[in-house]
Each structure stands twice: as C-alpha cells, then as structure tokens.
Design a protein around this ligand. Structure first.
Ligand code: ZN
Length: 336
C-alpha cells in the first residue's frame, strides 16, 4: 500500500493576543471561527480554528494564542507562507479592505496564471491571497465582513523553506504521494490529487536561509488529509517502515492526528477528515462557546477562569445573532 494524501487539511500557527487574532481572521480575512477550544497539551490557552462555514478540511487555519509570547523568526525548516485562494480579479478589493483596517499589503504577479496579495497578520505571520486563473469551485463563507464574490475559498498552498530540498521533496513525493508540477528557479511546486487550490506545496530551496524560530507569528506545523483512521493507521505503519519517527495516533476531538518531522525540519501532521466540527455543536452555533473534549470537561471551571476573556464578532453566527426565534427554540437550527 502506498498512501497518497488528498491535500492540505489545516495549518497551525502561533499567535499572541487571542482577541487580536479573532478580530483579524473574522473581520479581516473573513473566515469563520468554527471552534473555540483549548490546547489539549496546555489547557490554559485557547486553540482557535477558522475555516469555511463548516470548517471543511482544506479551509482550516488554526492558532495557539499565547498572550505576550515573544515573536519568533520565520526561516528555514518552517512553512514560511500560508496562501488562501480568492477569486480572480478580487485582489484590488482586498487591498482596499486591508488598507481600511490599517494592514499594508502588496500585489505581485508571480506567473501569467497567478497573482498574490502579500500581507502579515497582527503577529507578523506571512499570508498570501492567491488569485488564480483557474476557478476554485469551493463555496465561500459569506460573511458580513467580506462579500462572497471576493471571499476566501479555502487554502491555496503552503510554502516550505528548507536549506536542502532533497529530503523534503522525497518525503512529499515518496511518503505523501504528491507529484512535482513545476520547477522555477529555486522553487519546486508539488501537488496532491488533481493539483487544485488547497492541494499545493511550494518548496523553496535556500541553502543560506537562517533556521526559523518557532514562536509568535510563525507556523507550528502543516497537516495533510487522510480520509479516516483506518487509512491513517496503515499510513503510520508505512511511515515508520520508511524510518520516520511518527507519534502515536492522538485524539484531537474533531479529527485524529499523527505527527512527524520531515528531513528539512518542517513538522508534518496527517489528520483525518472525520468526524469534523459539528460533532459537539450545531453548524449555526460553531465557535460560540468554549468546547472541551470529554477528558477536560471535569476541569471546565478552572479552564474557563484560566483562559483570556474574548469576544466573538457577531458576523461569526449571523443566523443566531439576528434571529430571536432560533434563540428561543432550542431545536431550531440544529442539523438533521
Ligand atoms: Zn494540527
């Protein structure tokens, strides 16, 4: 059995102030907070998940916000840029939108088919919005902050910067089943599946790049998709057989995860598509209340006192906020 991922599942990065993070990703980038939980390995801090309406794999960006964390350094051995897919022709709108929020951005045409708007989030995390001539068929989250015609469709790609690309490329092709699409200068573009947005990795070979320091404003890891736990189990055995040091399968409540470091230094995760984010709250209410896995539920009181107070912008749950009928009827708005 040789496994092949279907593409990106999520990207996880480190932030500082959780409220600044929430405001930027909901009002700035127009994503939806689909889960407010805690870092299962450090329950006094949040784990915030953003994505499309339901938080589908391939749309997810997640953060560990540690108030007051020192800034990290973006560099080799990291995912150095996270790119989101937006419709062609919308970058001008986005530049004005960010300008109104006091966020600087620049537009660069990187190829005849691809234009990018580059910017930094409040912690200095490098983000790109990619407008490609290939239409992205995924439905956007239609929020009050960003109209659907311009809205983010999900991940586009991640850039991995490494000193020596050999081991990284071998891992992506041999162990994860991606194929090489193109080589331009020091960048190799790889893709999973059909190579559409959300399935693309750019490996930048920079032998002189200083090693990154993982802290505020840097990516912690990137996760690839696997459909279910049975496939993940087989894949884990295969990776171990290839000599990778792979963690046990960890229960992340909304998916199951394994982690390993590729030879270039980037931490990879393989995450299941199931069960998803409506496992513990209905679609309309995603992100509204602090959700804890069963093993942390007994400590809810201490956890709620330990985490920072945050306010969720109303655009995150418009149907709930605007419709008293939903509030008054406990079954309205619940999924099937
Ligand atoms: Zn992860």
């Amino acid at each position: 059995m040789t496994a092949a991922t279907q593409g990106l599942h999520h990207v996880t990065a480190i932030a500082g102030n959780p409220q600044a993070n929430i405001d930027f990703y909901i009002k700035g980038l127009g994503l939806r907070l689909v889960k407010k939980t805690v870092n299962f390995d450090d329950p006094a801090t949040y784990h915030l998940y953003y994505g499309d309406e339901s938080g589908k794999p391939g749309t997810l960006m997640t953060f560990f916000p540690w108030n007051g964390i020192a800034p990290g350094r973006i560099g080799a051995g990291q995912s150095t840029s996270t790119a989101f897919s937006v419709p062609e022709g919308s970058l001008g709108w986005w530049r004005e939108h960010f300008k109104a929020l006091g966020v600087e951005s620049t537009i660069v045409r990187v190829s005849p088919d691809e234009e990018r708007l580059s910017l930094r989030d409040p912690d200095g995390l490098q983000l790109d919005l990619v407008a490609s001539s290939t239409t992205d068929p995924r439905d956007p989250w239609d929020s009050a902050s960003v109209p659907a015609e311009h809205a983010v469709r999900g991940q586009h790609s991640s850039v991995l910067t490494v000193n020596n690309p050999e081991g990284t490329l071998a891992t992506l092709t041999d162990a994860l089943g991606l194929s090489i699409l193109s080589e331009t200068g020091n960048t190799t573009r790889l893709a999973a599946g059909d190579g559409s947005a959300g399935n693309i990795i750019d490996v930048v070979a920079d032998p002189r790049a200083q090693y990154g320091l993982t802290a505020g404003g840097t990516v912690h890891h990137i996760a690839f998709r696997v459909p279910d736990q049975a496939t993940q189990e087989l894949w884990r055995q295969e990776l171990i057989g290839r000599g990778y040091r792979v963690t046990a399968i960890l229960d992340r409540q909304y998916f199951k995860s394994i982690y390993f470091r590729e030879p270039g230094g980037v931490l990879f995760e393989i995450a299941t598509d199931t069960p998803g984010f409506n496992v513990d709250e209905p679609l309309l209410e995603l992100g509204r209340s602090l959700k804890l896995p069963p093993w942390l539920e007994p400590s809810r009181e201490e956890i709620e006192q330990a985490v920072a107070r945050i306010e969720l912008p109303s655009e995150n749950n418009p149907a709930v906020e605007n419709s008293p009928a939903v509030e008054n009827n406990p079954t309205a708005g619940l999924e099937g």
